[in-house]
Write a protein that binds this ligand. Structure first.
Ligand SMILES: [Zn+2]
Length: 267
């Protein structure tokens, strides 16, 4: 399996909110998504990034969200442009895997409406059943859920398998053990990572388990952020511990909002 990461947009945040060892000054957080190239099944899109057209949406809550985060979409990639860079079109997609349902992971879905979607079906059902206000407390907007009306194939509808790593069990979402969905609860409802192998080394896309690699590896995710954003604090700590143990046993980790991999920090 070969992984390609693409920057979709950039968010600006106070460094101290992402890592208690970082200064308060403004820091740039990229929003990334990935295309995994399976040797026989074709490309698999992992998340979609944010989507500029949603900014024009006439929803006060969504406008407020984008006003606060001020995502700079610049010349960032969308699923279509990323696939095109790799010589593919959306019609070539085997599937789209959603790590969770936050805007910067699913807002690009309208570009690839025909693709098969895989995600946490229970989390999606819970989010759909919530009132708009309650959903907002989970940082999920109903506009972004509309392309998910057809639902997702649930991770747990695929065979449960051992990852044979410190990450514990996962789901064999492609049926050939080449890509496992790993439950990493703590960040958003239904949050999962994805594990595959490159040169026989296990690789994990840990999505938003942490925002920066330094905060993950130094265990310095600030309490304020942990409480406000990572609502299930205890579960989040357990997920971080498993990801750190995975790195310690030789695994390579990527995050959504940091271009540095775990290898870059260890060096
Ligand atoms: Zn998120």
């Amino acid at each position: 399996m070969k992984a390609h990461f693409f920057i979709n947009s950039r968010l600006f945040a106070r460094g101290r909110l992402t890592d208690s060892g970082a200064p308060w000054s403004k820091t740039v957080m990229p929003v990334r998504f990935a295309v995994l190239e399976h040797p026989s099944l074709g490309p698999i899109l992992v998340d979609t990034g944010d989507a500029p057209h949603m900014i024009a949406e006439k929803s006060p809550a969504l406008r407020f969200y984008y006003d606060v985060l001020k995502p700079d979409l610049g010349d960032g990639h969308t699923p279509k442009s990323a696939l095109s860079d790799l010589g593919h079109t959306p019609a070539d997609l085997h599937s789209v895997v959603l790590t969770h349902y936050h805007a910067d992971h699913i807002a690009g879905l309208p570009e690839i409406m025909d693709a098969d979607l895989i995600g946490d079906r229970h989390a999606l059902a819970r989010l759909k059943a919530m009132s708009r206000l309650r959903r907002l407390r989970h940082a999920v907007f109903h506009q972004h859920l509309e392309p998910l009306a057809k639902g997702v194939r649930g991770f747990d509808e695929t065979p449960a398998v051992r990852s044979e790593t410190a990450l514990g069990d996962g789901f064999d979402i492609l049926g050939d053990q080449s890509l496992l969905a790993i439950p990493l609860p703590g960040h958003g409802l239904g949050h999962h990572g994805l594990m595959w192998r490159e040169a026989d080394r296990p690789v994990l896309y840990a999505a938003d388990t942490s925002w920066t690699m330094a905060a993950l590896m130094n265990d310095s995710l600030p309490l304020l952020t942990r409480g406000a954003i990572f609502a299930q604090s205890r579960a989040g700590r357990d997920s971080e511990d498993r990801v750190r143990a995975f790195i310690a046993e030789g695994g390579l980790v990527h995050l959504c909002h940091d271009e540095k991999s775990s290898d870059d920090i260890a060096r």
